[in-house]
Every structure is written in structure tokens, then in C-alpha cells.
Design a protein around this ligand. Structure first.
Ligand SMILES: [Zn+2]
Length: 86
């Protein structure tokens, strides 16, 4: 399985999507009012804390990697993983 290691916080993620969700804050974007440049946002890009990741719905698996969804729920998100019943 593909894994993403964050060099900033040393946490491991099961997917790029999960990795992206643990990063927050501004890149220091330019702010415009109409066509007129106003200012640059203060760059504040950072990793979420473990508590914040849990609040965002990320879950730490037994192997320590953070994933975007519970395995039990994976079938609802990815129908091809759903158990065939009956
Ligand atoms: Zn990180």
C-alpha cells in the first residue's frame, strides 16, 4: 500500500488525500481587492495535531498510519470494496 511520510511531523498517512487533510493554514497567498493587490497573507502552513486530525475524521490505524476513513466505512466510499452479501 502506498504511504506518505510527512517530513514536518514524521507521521505516516495511508494516502495523499489523508496527508493533504492534515496540513492547514495559509500558503502566504496574495490578496487582491478587485484587480488591486492588497497584501500577502502571513504564511502559516503547518501540520494538524493528533487531536485536530481526529476532529477532522482522520483515524490512526494499528500500524500507526493515519487514514481518511475507517476500514469498516471503506465499502460505503469505495463500493468495489463492499462485502458481497446474500
Ligand atoms: Zn505533518
Amino acid at each position: 500500500m502506498a504511504k506518505c511520510l510527512c517530513r514536518a511531523c514524521e507521521e505516516t498517512f495511508t494516502s495523499v488525500g489523508a496527508f493533504d487533510r492534515h496540513r492547514t493554514g495559509s500558503y502566504g497567498n496574495a490578496i487582491y481587492k478587485g484587480q488591486k493587490f492588497i497584501y500577502y497573507e502571513k504564511p502559516s502552513r503547518r501540520c494538524l495535531t493528533c487531536e485536530e486530525m481526529k476532529e477532522k475524521g482522520l483515524l490512526q490505524r494499528e500500524n500507526g498510519a493515519w487514514g481518511g476513513e475507517k476500514w469498516e466505512d471503506a465499502g460505503a466510499i469505495f463500493p468495489r470494496f463492499a462485502k458481497v452479501s446474500g
